[in-house]
Every structure is written in structure tokens, then in C-alpha cells.
Design a protein around this ligand. Structure first.
Ligand code: MIC
Ligand code: SF4
Length: 757
């Protein structure tokens, strides 16, 4: 039986009435996305259709998922909300804090020693507040959510940007900052701007070397890293139906890389099969009864242009395998063009390591297809040229592939199996010891989702390319980036020319899934005796002090902290890797604030001018100097500022250090919300070219912040060092309740006030 089946049944029970009411209200057939959204309204019914991309709407998600690195801050905040128990089913998964080095068991042992304080804290808070807990090494959050909790037509939020993975099972699953999760755990509504809708019509059928991963690599090519911002992507068409449920998960997972709010697919037989294979026949039976409401109306898919804001069509039969990268997930190269393009860009052709697995690509199908290639190594007397690693997404997958001999197959090509955790996907890969910062220029290929600089191994000179697990395996065998398995041959140990046969695998394990110890711990039925411990001397955990509201009167003459140039992702604002250890200690982690951002005035990182003494220093230290003088400051940025992760540390750290405002050309959605939640000003240039007016020694006056109101731009005066000044207009997207967060110091301060009342 599935977890929380009653809750799922309730969602289905109200579907018929809510979908019909929405169809009537909007006056036309509905997309799947609209059906799910209108079935999860906080107020239960709407009096007018919501305007896409305009109206803020309150939703009631069915569940919440948190991973260890973000759960610490989320739960530290939840502890302030004054609630005895979480209001909706919630889970915590320990996956980000396990460093990959020697292999699963040694790595896990080390993680349990170095991070036991954090795991104990998360275990005890989960126990106390009725939260399901998944032990370190049990899983990567999104894989276990797909295997156990996701259900067609459901809505969930999670404190990780790849929560969207659950769209593979027909959910609306959205990545959020911890403060959003706290709202829902505390029994309040979750607010989202009603999204725009992008329809992706998949025609044809995948075959041979092409995999679901190539669909999203192609979508990333078309939409770029910001093309999905503010939108939900809905996939449909014969190509969608013919694909496995886990393949759909991969596509939705990497929707985060185009900035989409989430992605989803209509319910079909692949989902029915997956639910049954993962022990949830009850959910499949219940879903089948409301099947028509779990996919878009036929009129919509027949004439998508009339219902979606944008429509993309991809013919799967003509799609080629791709590799995307380096340094950005939207730089797509079809494999047949790689030789030419790599040469032109001088990318190192020798591939050092191929890495498969992660939350994005570790289904049984992925692993069995990759294993079918690994098997050919001995059959064809080849030698694998690159190193090779596997990070399974869950103990259930790991146990099953071991039982079925697939791990042995990989062992024979010298593979290392890492723990069921994030590991190399998030810089938790001890590849160079303490020498990562100036590691050699080299190429790796992986089946993960992100490939920003330093993301995998901390080495800025590693060029990482993203591809399907099968392509990664073939390339690792060949050891060359420009190897095209569709056309090229390899020379084996006998000097013969051989070709790799197309990958083959199983959608689901023919003998079913199995697991001995899934790693799940249910919360105590009676938590009254459970105590949550935080050592005041701890370097890893720190109880939070509520933020004090920004004093509008002091928003005059405030200095520029840094003007960031180009890409400034959450990895640049609050780096992961070695810093993950401080995710529960705000003051310690604040020492990495913006250290990866490129200073527009000198093109260096972590080198900013302190306006008080004219000296250059590290960004966090410069900011601490301003704070000491009681001065707020401002950060200026480029396009899609805060792209990437959901980590709210990227907002809480600057806030803790006294940055009051972030002014950019455009924001990534989650980061903008995170700034608002923490009581800061998230502003955009009304005129993008004004970015160029900002000078290194500028001081900023907020002229009309005392009249902060929805829809009303603000005015800033920039005073330059030479005595001249500029007056500019800046926009914001705060509604009235978000302005109340600013006035209260944070959204949490508002919840606290309301729970006390
Ligand atoms: C990521 O993939 O970047 C992460 C690490 O999973 C993050 C969460 C985090 O920063 O803890 C995410 O995607 O939200
Ligand atoms: Fe972990 Fe990587 Fe997945 Fe993020 S994307 S949850 S770091 S495996």
C-alpha cells in the first residue's frame, strides 16, 4: 500500500467537481496543468479565471519533501512557527552531505562520522514534528519521491529545485525555498504566480541511441536556461505516451535547467506500470477511475496553439543524441557535430571520467541500458579508456541492479559505485583533495543535470558535458568526447575494428524491484517526549534569530557591495561542495556569500572594493565591514540572477550580513521569492541599460521606499564619486502580502505573529 493513500484518494474524490467547475469558469477545454492547479486552490474555488503570468494564487499542496542541505534551514525556521506537527505529509532525505571518494560503504561511514550532528538533528526534528525520515545513504530525494510518494494529479513542493522530477508521474511538483515549505508545513497556503503554459508536442518514437535525456537536452537548446521562467511545461503526444515513466521523470527533472516552474505529463499506461511495479497498485487503481481528469482534454492536444502560450514540437524519430556543455546546460551539441565543434572550441577531447546515475538518471531502465554497453567491453575485447562511476538514486534501485548482476557488469569495466546520494553531482566529489582550485584542464561526461563551473569536483578547469547514461557509457568506453557510437568504430585489444551495438534495457526489472532495508524511519506516534538538540557551540548548526525589518529611513547613501557580471547562479552566491557542511549555521555559511560572483569592475571573483577605506577584499569581509558601521548595502546583477538551486541561503546570507536590496536585469523565480521571504528588496531595472550606469563607488538613495506598494516602481538616485548623479526607476513584483513580509522583516515573522494571535 502506498504512503498516505487516504490523502491521494481525497484529491481524486474532489477532482470531478473541481475540473468541471474550472472548465465552466474558463469556458473552454483544459490542459492537464490547469486541471491540477484548479483542483488545488486554497480557497477551493475561483470566481474568475486566473491571468497567467499575472495573478498570484494561493494553493494547497498535498505534500512537502526536503533534502538534508536545505532541510536544516527549513526546519530551523519551522521550529519558530509554533506548530506541534506538520500539517501535510512531509519527508526529509539525507543525500547531499555524503562525499564521494572511495565507494559507497567507506564514503557512507565517513559521512556518518563527519555529519552525524546534522543527521541526528534532522532525525530528531523529523521525529518530533511527524516527518518521515530517510537515512543517509538510503536515496537521492527525487528518486525516492518518484518511487514512493509522487502520484498522478497531485501537487507537491520540495526544498530542492529538482523536485520537478515528480512530473514524470503526472504531478505538479515545484522546487521552493525553505520558507515556502514552512508555510505549507505550518498549514498555510502556498503562493505562486499563476504560470504561463508551454506545450511540448512529442511525435515519433525514441529508438536506438536516443534517450529521454536527449529530449530535454534539445528543449534546453531551444528554450535556453531562462526560457522556461514563469512557465509550466506540459508534454503530450504519441512520443510522450510511448516513453517510460522514469524517462518522463528525467525530462521533468531537467526542466529546472530551463528555469521552468515545473514540467508534467498526462497519466498513461507507463505510469500505471510504474505505480504497480513500485508497490502502489492501489494508487494505479484509484487513478484509473479518474483517468480523464489526469490528462489534458483531447481538444487541447489536437489544437495546442489555442491553449498554450508557446508550443514546441519535437520529432523523437529524428532526434539525435546530444551532449550539452561545458559550463551551462543549454549549450547543446548533437553527437554527429561534436568532433567539429569540440575542435573549434579547443575542448580537450580525452575524457577522464564518465559518471552515470544521480537523481536525474538512475532508473532501472537507465542502468540496464548502460550496462548493455558495459557488457560489450568484454564480449568485444575492448578496454574502457575513461574512469567510470555510478551513483544510484535509491537503495531499491541499487539492490535490484545488484541482484540482477548489473553491478558486476560495471565492476568488470572498473567502475566505482558511490553511495545512493548526490556526491559528484553537487561538488561532493573528492577528486583532487585540497588541490581542486587549480586543477588541470580536463573533460568529463555525466548524466547529471547541471554543469556550472566547479559543480562536480570544485575544479574551475573541468569541462563537464551532460548526456544520457548510455551515451556517457559509450564515450567512457571510447575515452573520447568526439566518439559518435552511431557511426564510429573502436579498435579492440586484438587490433580489430569493432562497433558498439545499440543499447538495450528493461523499462522495469523483469523480476520486480526488491530491497532489504530501504532506509526509511517513520516518525514517533507520540512525540511529546522527543527533544531536539542543538549544541550552542556547534559549528554546523545554529538556532535562528528572527530578522529585524529593514529600516526604510536608513536606505539612504547605501554603498554598492558588488556589481556582478554575467552568470550569477546560486552556486556563485552560496557555493555548495565544501560549504554544504555549514548549511545549518547561518553565520558560518555567510562567509561564502557571493564569493563566486564575477566583479564587473575587475572581472575577479571575491575581490570587491570596501568604500569605507578604499581597500579591496573578500566580498563577505567587505560586507561585514559595512554591517559593523550599521550600513545596509546593495548587490547589482545581470540576467537570470540566482538561477539554479532553491537554496534560500543565497538570500538569507546576504540578509544576515546586512544587504538590503538586490537589483538585477532579471531574476530566476525561486531566488526572487526567497529574497522576498527573507524581507529583502528584490528589484529589476526598469531600463536594462541602467545597469551600465552603476559605478564602483556608487551610493544609493531610495527616494520613495516609504510608499512601497504593489505595481508601483521605485526611484533610486545613484551618487557617483565624481559628484554627478543619476536617477533611475526600478521595478518590483511584490504584492500586498509580500510587502507585509518586508515590513515585518520576513515571512516567518508574519507566520509567527499569526500563530501567536
Ligand atoms: C542542486 O542540484 O543544485 C541542489 C544541491 O540539489 C540544490 C539544493 C541545494 O542547494 O541544497 C537544488 O537544486 O535546489
Ligand atoms: Fe542531488 Fe544532483 Fe539531484 Fe541536486 S541534482 S538532488 S545535487 S543528485
Amino acid at each position: 500500500m502506498a504512503f498516505d493513500f487516504e490523502m491521494i484518494q481525497q484529491v481524486y474524490d474532489r477532482m470531478e467537481a473541481n475540473v468541471s467547475a474550472a472548465r465552466k469558469l474558463i469556458g473552454r477545454p483544459l490542459t492537464l496543468t490547469e486541471k491540477i492547479l484548479y483542483n488545488h486552490l486554497w480557497e477551493n474555488s475561483a470566481s474568475e479565471p486566473f491571468k497567467r503570468g499575472v495573478d498570484y494564487v494561493d494553493f494547497a499542496p498535498d505534500r512537502v519533501a526536503c533534502q538534508d542541505a536545505t532541510a536544516q534551514m527549513a526546519l530551523l525556521q519551522f521550529m519558530h512557527a509554533g506548530k506541534p506537527k506538520v500539517a501535510v505529509p512531509t519527508t526529509v532525505h539525507c543525500d547531499h552531505l555524503i562525499q564521494a571518494k572511495q565507494g559507497a560503504s567507506a564514503d557512507l561511514k565517513r559521512a556518518n562520522e563527519t555529519s552525524n550532528e546534522v543527521f541526528d538533528f534532522l532525525g530528531s526534528v523529523s521525529n518530533k514534528y511527524g516527518i518521515g525520515f530517510w537515512n543517509p545513504g538510503a536515496c537521492i530525494i527525487h528518486q525516492v519521491v518518484l518511487e514512493n510518494y509522487a502520484f498522478p494529479g497531485g501537487m507537491m513542493i520540495g526544498t530542492d529545485s529538482h523536485t520537478v522530477n515528480a512530473g514524470g508521474l503526472g504531478m505538479i511538483a515545484v522546487g521552493v525555498g525553505g520558507a515556502d515549505a514552512v508555510d505549507v508545513m505550518a498549514g498555510m497556503a502556498w503562493e505562486l504566480k499563476f504560470p504561463k503554459l508551454i506545450g511540448v508536442k512529442l511525435t515519433g518514437k525514441l529508438s536506438g541511441w536516443t534517450a529521454p535525456k536527449d529530449v530535454i537536452l534539445k528543449v534546453a537548446d531551444i528554450l535556453t536556461v531562462k526560457g522556461g521562467t514563469g512557465a509550466i511545461i506540459e508534454y503530450f503526444g504519441e512520443g510522450a505516451i510511448s516513453m517510460s515513466c522514469t524517462g518522463k521523470g528525467t525530462i521533468c527533472n531537467m526542466g529546472a535547467e530551463v528555469g521552468a516552474t515545473t514540467s508534467t505529463f498526462g497519466y498513461d499506461e507507463s505510469m500505471d506500470r510504474y505505480l504497480r511495479a513500485t508497490g502502489r497498485a492501489d494508487v494505479a487503481d484509484a487513478a484509473n477511475k479518474v483517468k480523464a481528469h489526469l490528462t489534458g482534454d483531447p481538444e487541447v492536444y489536437a489544437n495546442p496553439e489555442a491553449y498554450f502560450d508557446q508550443v514546441i514540437e519535437i520529432d523523437l524519430s529524428a532526434l539525435e543524441p546530444h551532449l550539452n556543455g561545458p559550463f551551462t546546460p543549454d549549450l547543446a551539441t548533437p553527437i554527429s557535430k561534436m568532433a567539429e565543434i569540440a575542435k573549434k572550441n579547443d575542448w580537450p577531447l580525452q575524457v577522464e571520467v564518465g559518471l552515470i546515475g544521480s537523481c536525474t538518471n538512475s532508473s532501472y531502465e537507465d542502468i540496464s541500458r548502460a550496462a548493455s554497453l558495459a557488457k560489450q567491453v568484454s564480449e568485444k575485447n575492448l578496454k574502457t579508456k575513461s574512469k567510470f562511476t555510478i551513483t544510484p538514486g535509491s537503495e531499491q534501485v541499487r539492490y535490484t541492479i545488484e541482484r540482477d548482476g548489473l553491478i558486476d557488469t560495471f565492476d568488470r569495466i572498473g567502475a566505482t559505485v558511490f553511495a545512493n546520494a548526490c556526491g559528484p553531482c553537487i561538488g561532493m566529489w573528492d577528486r583532487y583533495g585540497d588541490k581542486a582550485a587549480d586543477g588541470p584542464r580536463n573533460t568529463i561526461v555525466h548524466s547529471f543535470n547541471r554543469n556550472f563551473a566547479k559543480r562536480a569536483d570544485g575544479n574551475p578547469n573541468t569541462l563537464a558535458f551532460v548526456g544520457s547514461p548510455e551515451l556517457v557509457t559509450a564515450i567512457a568506453i571510447a575515452g573520447r568526447l568526439d566518439f559518435n557510437p552511431l557511426t564510429d568504430t573502436l579498435i579492440n585489444e586484438d587490433g580489430e575494428e569493432v562497433r558498439l551495438d545499440e543499447p538495450r534495457g528493461y523499462e522495469l526489472p523483469p523480476e520486480g524491484f526488491a530491497v532489504e532495508d530501504s532506509g526509511y524511519v517513520a516518525p514517533a506516534a507520540d512525540a511529546s517526549q522527543v527533544a531536539v538538540k542543538v549544541d550552542p557551540e556547534s559549528q554546523r548548526l545554529q538556532l535562528l534569530d528572527p530578522f529585524v525589518a529593514i529600516d526604510v529611513a536608513k536606505m539612504k547613501n547605501i554603498p554598492l557591495l558588488i556589481k556582478a557580471q554575467g552568470k550569477c547562479t546560486t552556486d556563485h552566491i552560496s557555493m555548495a561542495g565544501p560549504w554544504l557542511r555549514y548549511r545549518g549555521h547561518l553565520d558560518n555559511i555567510a562567509n561564502n556569500t557571493l564569493i563566486g560572483a564575477v566583479n564587473a569592475f575587475n572581472e575577479k571573483t571575491n575581490f570587491a572594493k570596501n568604500q569605507l577605506n578604499g581597500e579591496y577584499g573578500a566580498v563577505p569581509e567587505t560586507q561585514r565591514a559595512y554591517k559593523k558601521e550599521g550600513l545596509y548595502s546593495i548587490v547589482v546583477g545581470d540576467h537570470n540572477y540566482g538561477e539554479g538551486s532553491s537554496r534560500e541561503h543565497a538570500a538569507m546570507q546576504p540578509r544576515h550580513l546586512g544587504v538590503a536590496a538586490v537589483l538585477v536585469k532579471s531574476f530566476a523565480r525561486i531566488h526572487e521569492t526567497n529574497l522576498k521571504k527573507q524581507g529583502m528588496l528584490a528589484l529589476t531595472f526598469a531600463n536594462e541599460a541602467d545597469y551600465d550606469l552603476i559605478q564602483e563607488d556608487d551610493r544609493f538613495d531610495f527616494i520613495d521606499l516609504d510608499q512601497f506598494a504593489p505595481g508601483k516602481p521605485l526611484t533610486l538616485v545613484l551618487s557617483h564619486r565624481d559628484g554627478s548623479s543619476d536617477r533611475i526607476q526600478v521595478n518590483h513584483s511584490y504584492n500586498a502580502s509580500q510587502i507585509s513580509w518586508f515590513n515585518a522583516g520576513s515571512a516567518l515573522n508574519v507566520i509567527k505573529r499569526e500563530s501567536a494571535a
